[in-house]
Ligand binder design. Structure first.
Ligand SMILES: [Zn+2]
Length: 109
C-alpha cells in the first residue's frame, strides 16, 4: 500500500480500493512520540544525570536509540491507522440528513 517510505499509493494493488479517504495526518507520529520518544528521551536524561558522559556518547547511544525506537514503527502504525479508519468509516463530521420523503415503509395498496 506504500509508495516510498510512508507515502501512500493512490489505490490498493490487490483490490483497487481508493486510498483517497486515508488521512491519518500526524496520528502515527503522535503515538510514536508518546510511546517511544519520551522514554528514550528520559533514558538520555538519566544517562546524562547518572554518568555525565561527553556529548559524543549521546550521539552514538541516545540518538541511534531514538531513531531505532521511532522510525521502524512509523510505517506499520500508519498502515494500522488507515485500516482502522477504513473499518470504522472515520472521516470528517457531516450533518445527519433526514431520510427522503419516499424512503419510509410503503403502505400497501
Ligand atoms: Zn486491497
Amino acid at each position: 500500500m506504500f509508495d516510498g517510505f510512508i507515502t501512500l499509493k493512490p489505490r490498493c494493488e490487490a483490490c483497487g480500493l481508493d486510498y483517497s479517504f486515508a488521512d491519518p495526518a500526524d496520528g502515527p507520529a503522535f503515538f510514536i512520540m508518546m510511546t517511544m520518544a519520551f522514554p528514550v528521551t528520559a533514558f538520555g536524561i538519566w544517562l546524562e544525570l547518572a554518568y555525565e558522559p561527553p556529548v559524543w556518547v549521546h550521539a552514538v547511544v541516545t540518538l541511534p536509540l531514538l531513531l531505532l525506537a521511532c522510525v521502524p514503527v512509523i510505517r506499520p502504525l500508519k498502515g494500522l491507522f488507515i485500516a482502522s479508519q477504513y473499518i470504522n468509516k472515520a472521516g470528517e463530521g457531516r450533518l445527519a440528513t433526514s431520510p427522503a420523503p419516499n424512503a419510509g415503509p410503503t403502505t400497501g395498496g
